[in-house]
Design a protein around this ligand. Structure first.
Ligand code: CMX
Length: 474
């Protein structure tokens, strides 16, 4: 609204200004500055950072000694489950309700964030703006950010050569992460730090690196895809497209529904608060003042594990092995037998369960809604729907699984597969591109808020045994 008001005022003033006084011309110039800073993400952040720094300072000085829950031995040896120990501003996960990005649920983001068309899926650039500023951007702001990302999307040749040095059979995540490491050569943060930069300004080269990294990832990721699966025939960027749509076309998929899927996919995989393996790794590594490229490459290595991001690959491979054994018209009883066979072989059922969530993941639900709208008759979608009925009672029967419901990875593969992106081993790379938006947004705030080196205390089993003995005797 403010933007439209200032634009119309600006054009009225402009029409008079050519013949009017110099003071009026100055007013026009001032308004132009206001307008362009409204559209510029960096300027918006510059305004926001001082007030958030004050907020954190106050929290520390007034409430620093307030006790936050009780840490138990279970938590120390149980992967820190339930332990509140990280500051993460961009999103918050409720065990029952799921993720909220800066306070907005996924359905709210779908409603409020600008799409490529009015009723379309949200544009990932809009989510980036929201994560960084806490504000829902206008379409004009999102378009300005799309344009900025396009101008930053240049990849030096040595990055492709670094990938080419690997065998084409190397896992796509290995090739992708190697590309990200090669991009690090251009880090602005590293250069600035070497020269000497005051701590208060750390966020600025972090911002530069982060936006460059986010802008360049679709080029690196699509290079890996085309190298492995399409004989190395690379497709150039289409500068008329937004981030998600361009990524899809770089991979070689131009169906308008696939473009919408990619916008949705990139938006919902961005961020899932700070404790998950990839986000936490990125934050931890960056706390040593490693630049965003180094931190994000570390995060990708965590994402590549089968209990985390690789699960989306595992789900489709698992579904395809069900089909290979029983055909597409598998009955629910056959499906039950297959699930038990998987468990009895000592494997997990991929795409089900979660470290924090205790209900169906809303990222699963919105992908299911997309499937119901665009591919209701797809046989693999039918199979995924049947799994929704079959798997939770079995996992509940095991008696140890805290959340028997599906997570984000249970659904993404069948959607991508439907539109022709059938190479499951590649899926985690897509997840990685998306996750850069969440991890980098928080990294910018980590540096803006001056968050310190992360260094929790660890203890030995002997220490714990002695501590518990003492506690029992007192
Ligand atoms: N299939 C079989 N067993 C499962 C299970 C599943 N889907 N989910 C949990 N369990 C088991 C655990 O392996 C654990 O067994 P042990 O005690 O024998 O080690 C037990 O149930 C308790 O685990 P939990 O507290 O419910 O879950 P965790 O927080 O330990 O693990 C997760 C969470 C996601 C790793 C686990 O649910 C899992 O392995 N799921 C399948 C893999 C998957 O889909 N991962 C993607 C998650 C989303 C993402 O990060 O992308």
């Amino acid at each position: 609204m403010v933007f439209f008001r200032s634009v119309s005022l600006l054009s009225k003033l402009r029409s008079h200004a050519t013949q009017q006084s110099s003071s009026l011309r100055n007013s026009v110039r001032w308004l132009q500055i206001q307008t362009s800073s409204d559209l510029d993400l960096h300027s918006q952040l510059k305004e926001l950072i001082p007030e958030q720094q004050e907020r954190l300072k106050k929290l520390k000085s007034e409430h620093g000694k307030v006790q936050l829950g009780n840490i138990t031995v279970d938590m120390v040896i149980g992967g820190m489950r339930g332990m509140t120990g990280l500051l993460w501003e961009t999103s918050l996960l409720d065990p029952d309700e799921g993720i909220r990005f800066r306070g907005l649920s996924i359905p709210e983001c779908q409603k409020l964030l600008p799409g490529a068309k009015p009723d379309g899926e949200p544009l990932p650039e809009g989510l980036l703006w929201l994560l960084l500023t806490g504000k829902v951007p206008s379409k004009e702001q999102v378009d300005a950010l799309s344009k900025e990302l396009r101008t930053r999307a240049t990849v030096p040749d040595y990055v492709y050569k670094a990938i080419d040095a690997l065998p084409v059979t190397a896992h796509p995540m290995t090739q992708f992460t190697s590309g990200v490491m090669a991009l690090q050569v251009q880090s602005e943060f590293q250069k600035a730090y070497e020269k000497g930069i005051p701590k208060a300004r750390y966020w600025e080269p972090t911002y530069e690196d982060s936006l460059n990294l986010i802008a360049r990832l679709p080029l690196v990721a699509s290079y890996v895809y085309r190298r492995i699966y399409k004989d190395g025939k690379v497709i150039p960027s289409d500068d008329s497209l937004d981030y998600g749509a361009n990524f899809s076309q770089l991979l070689g998929f131009n169906d308008p529904k696939m473009l919408e899927l990619m916008r949705l996919y990139v938006t919902i995989h961005t961020d899932h608060e700070g404790g998950n393996v990839s986000a936490h790794t990125g934050h931890l590594v960056a706390s040593a003042l490693s630049d965003p490229y180094l931190s994000f490459a570390a995060a990708l290595n965590g994402l590549a594990g089968p209990l985390h991001g690789l699960a989306n690959q595992e789900v489709l491979l698992w579904i395809k092995s069900v089909v290979a054994e029983f055909g597409e018209n598998i009955t629910k009883d056959q499906l039950k037998d297959f699930v038990w066979k998987t468990l009895n072989n000592g494997k997990v059922v991929p795409g089900f369960g979660h470290g924090v969530l205790r209900k169906t993941d809303p990222r699963y639900t919105c992908q299911r809604e997309f499937a119901l709208k665009h591919l209701p008759d797809d046989p693999l979608f039918q199979l995924v729907s049947n799994l929704y009925e079959v798997v939770p009672p079995i996992l509940t029967e095991l008696g140890k699984v805290k959340n028997p419901w599906p997570n984000v990875d249970a659904h993404s593969g069948v959607l991508l597969n439907h539109f022709g992106l059938t190479e499951a081993r590649y899926y985690t790379v897509l997840f990685g591109v998306s996750r850069s938006i969440g991890i980098c947004s928080q990294l910018i705030w980590d540096r803006a808020l001056g968050l310190p080196l992360e260094r929790p205390k660890s203890v030995t089993m002997e220490w714990l045994e002695n501590y518990c003995k003492k506690a029992a005797s007192s």
